[in-house]
Design a protein around this ligand. Structure first.
Ligand SMILES: [Zn+2]
Ligand SMILES: [Zn+2]
Length: 178
């Protein structure tokens, strides 16, 4: 994998380290400064967002039971057997939990869901609910097996900008505050 996707593999390695991380906030900050994507390295060095928020989330993630009400940050399609499963990633604890793919996680409505995408990011779909005018991004691991939902979701910024112009609001903001 490292040969085919050297960059993706580096990011994956970083997030694998985050998942296994077992130290305190100071050690986590050092990890970000040393191995994080450039945006996070700089933010960690200067002690600002989005690094501070990420540190909080990683420390909280160790105890997902403390998250009493999941807040959907992004959706995930995952190939499973002959089909595809659908789940949501929680903004607060980063746990993935199964969800209905037909209804809006914001208002529960299912009859006015629309999908948008950008040519440059075929593995990401923006799913909009026309009833409550809120949206989230859905990352399709069937199209990019190396995608990390809460990270790839951040790369869909052009869709976020477009959505803002149309008057749609995101269900929950990501690490970068978008
Ligand atoms: Zn949660
Ligand atoms: Zn809705």
């Amino acid at each position: 994998m490292a040969g085919r996707h050297p960059h993706a593999s580096e990011v994956l390695l970083f997030y694998a380290r985050l998942a296994e991380f077992d130290g305190d906030a100071g050690a986590l900050r050092e990890l970000l400064m040393e191995h994080g994507p450039q945006l996070l390295q700089e933010a960690a060095r200067e002690g600002r967002e989005p690094a501070l928020n990420l540190i909080q989330r990683v420390l909280r993630r160790r105890d997902p039971k403390s998250c009493t009400a999941h807040q959907p940050l992004a959706g995930v399609y995952r190939p499973e057997g002959d089909g595809t499963s659908f789940s949501l990633v929680c903004d607060a604890c980063l746990v993935e939990y199964p969800a209905s793919r037909e209804s809006c996680p914001g208002c529960g409505g299912a009859d006015r869901i629309a999908y948008y995408s950008a040519e440059s990011m075929p593995h990401i779909q923006m799913r909009v609910c026309e009833s409550c005018r809120r949206y989230l991004h859905v990352v399709n691991l069937g199209l990019d097996a190396e995608a990390i939902p809460e990270v790839d979701e951040m790369t869909a910024l052009p869709l976020d900008i477009w959505a803002g112009e149309q008057g749609y609001a995101k269900l929950h903001c990501n690490f970068a505050g978008v």
